[in-house]
Design a protein around this ligand. Sequence first.
Ligand code: UD1
Length: 418
Amino acid sequence: MEAFLVEGGRRLEGSLRVDGAKNAVLPIMAAAILTEEEVILEDVPRITDAMHMAEILTILGCDVEQENRCVTVRSGALHGWEMPDRLSKQIRSSIFLLGPILSRFRKATVTYPGGCEIGLRPIDLHLRGLRSLGVEITESGGMIHCDGSFMRSGDVYFDYPSVGATENVMMAAVLLSGMTTIHNAAREPEIVDLQNMINAMGGHVRGAGSQMIEIEGVRRLHGVRWTPMPDRIVAGTLLAAGAITGGEIELTNAPAADMMAVLSKLREMGCVIHEEPGRLVLSAPERLSAFAQLQTQPHPGFPTDMQVQMLALLSVAQGTGVIMENVFENRFTHAGDLNRMGARILCSGRTAVVQGVEKLYGARVTARDLRGGAALVLAGLRAQGVTQVDQACLVDRGYDHLEDQLSALGAKIQRINV
Ligand code: UD1
């Protein structure tokens, strides 16, 4: 097992370039099988979720080449429609393959996907969306069997704007003749990126970024060379690292326009942020001020994937603040470890009340999910003494060598074997 060892107390300074977004890359890798031609993806972060997705595609018969940050997918020899159990349990995003596989084979078999342990994360919306397109779905022995023999375009309505379900239905519909309309679609920027990539392959999708997405079916898609959008959550985490250490950092290739909610909260905490297209410069006060309240919501609201990092920041801010988690039901699992480091966080259900303390103290703590692990590293950067964050592998799911990125900004952090 690997862990991060963080020596706290250093003010971060410097400049970093933000990588391609995990949440854009994963559905885009799945969309690569919508064509038999070559799909070349550039600026792909070296994160384990993307590696697992590549492994699943390979097992299904694709030829996947990874060289540095470039991933090439050729799916001409794709033969499988059954998702490998072990891998699909490892990443939740394997569910994205359901739409594209159905599109290619008109049948698919999957198991319930895995991913971060941050809540129930059912897939009922994905399945209901596909049923609206005429897919027959049966479940037996823990497997979900999808029969798309009678698939057709149509209207899909989501009770809740699920990101993954919106993307899945988009990919399932792109090669169906006629018009599919998704109502109450999720509006996350990564969905816009997926739409733009599909359109660059010859698709006709419009409306992504709004609540209604229209997909006019085309007969075929062709290959493409695509650079996924930069990662707004990694960018937010790096800004939070600057903020918690009273630092001054610049990010290039940052999707500033998609980060309004996070930037606004950091400003409320006393940070000065200069933004221009593709560039952000943050300058933090020595001690942050608590915001009164933060509520997570679907985009353009405050992203749940940045909630726990803000919990770490609030822990050392001046004053008391409240965080409400409205998207997932189990996302305060790191409050206990933050409290062990000296924080004063009281959680009840989906609400956390945080009374800021002046100091955190290094401790041995454990990442329980991707973003929570990153938040513990942030707390370690501020803490007095040494913090060991176990289960670095969970952080590696979505951050490309976080220790190198933070070291480049002057942090004292290393990866160790334990
Ligand atoms: C995506 C992101 C993830 C982010 C989340 C919310 C990717 C690869 N992952 O996950 O980082 O935290 O959006 O912004 O893009 N739900 C159901 N039934 C379903 C599907 C979802 O009840 O069929 C619920 C979930 O349990 C959760 C909420 O809807 O409470 C949001 O989930 P969803 O938007 O689907 O998130 P993901 O696509 O899994």
